[in-house]
Design a protein around this ligand. Structure first.
Ligand code: UDP
Length: 256
């Protein structure tokens, strides 16, 4: 880890990360309340990532696919499709988003590589851990699509897994809300926004941060997670530089 220090709002200092894994959900690829891909939304996201990459932190992005298809939802009440098939469809949906983000970033002059966990060499490189690390060392923005390549999990789990295997310093989760709340802020306007939490708090209070497998993996390997609002100007840049935005989840963090 680099020794550069930055100040958080409580005055504590955090190390500037050398490498981060950024999880972006499918909803970041569409307009509010819509589905599918909006290149306007993609370019807005790409602009933030582009600025964040200028800090020198290496960035690998794990892409969601919920704007197109989620396996579990697609099969609910639908016996004519095997659930595994629907999950593969969901993984392929993330590749559509990945291709859009790659072009969005390259239109801004960023060097990128799209790597997929399901082989499709005609459009992207296969995901190979060492190759991904090499691209990151060369300061290319690495886009990781097709999740883990295996059905029945989500891209949150893929993000946790990639953060661990790529030896990221932190896992960043970009969302449309300001961080982790005591309850769903869209349903209860009095929900409390937490600034920091331990993994244990997340599990015990059953907080909706990431899926259970992802939280467990991060907890077992002490991978800090920051959940923040990527739509707030400059927040993605701050998160990538180790500035405290949103909610920090780590083993030492005390609920506040
Ligand atoms: N998926 C999967 N294995 C993975 C990652 C994703 O089967 O390793 C499928 C799963 O059906 C999931 C869908 O791909 O619902 C899209 O990903 P996700 O729901 O995580 O997208 P997000 O909610 O982040 O937009």
């Amino acid at each position: 880890m680099s020794t550069t220090q930055t100040e958080d709002r409580a005055g504590q200092s955090l190390d500037k990360p050398r490498r981060v894994v950024l999880k972006v959900s499918g909803e970041c690829f569409s307009e509010v309340g819509e589905r599918g891909i909006s290149m306007r939304a993609v370019v807005q996201l790409a602009e933030q990532i582009h600025r964040a990459a200028e800090s020198g932190t290496q960035i690998a992005i794990v892409i969601g696919g919920g704007n197109i298809l989620r396996g579990a939802q697609f099969t609910a009440g639908n016996s004519s499709i095997h659930e595994a098939t629907a999950h593969y469809m969901g993984m392929i949906a993330t590749v559509l988003n990945g291709l859009a983000l790659q072009d969005g970033l390259e239109s801004l002059g960023c060097a990128t590589r799209l790597l997929t966990a399901i082989r499709m060499e005609g459009v992207a490189e296969p995901y190979i851990r060492r190759r991904a690390q090499r691209h990151l060392e060369k300061k290319r923005i690495v886009i990781l699509a097709a999740g883990t390549g295996s059905p029945f999990v989500t891209t949150d789990t893929a993000a946790a897994q990639r953060a661990l295997e790529l030896e990221a310093d932190i896992l960043l989760k970009a969302t449309k809300v300001d961080g982790v709340y005591s309850e769903d802020p869209e349903k209860n306007p009095h929900a409390v926004l937490y600034h920091q939490l331990s993994y244990q708090n997340v599990v015990e209070q059953n907080l909706r941060v990431m899926d259970q497998t992802a939280i467990t993996q991060c907890m077992e390997h002490d991978m800090p997670i920051v959940v923040f609002n990527y739509r707030k100007e400059g927040f993605l840049e701050k998160a990538v530089q180790g500035d405290r935005v949103g909610t920090l989840i780590s083993s030492e963090a005390k609920l506040s």
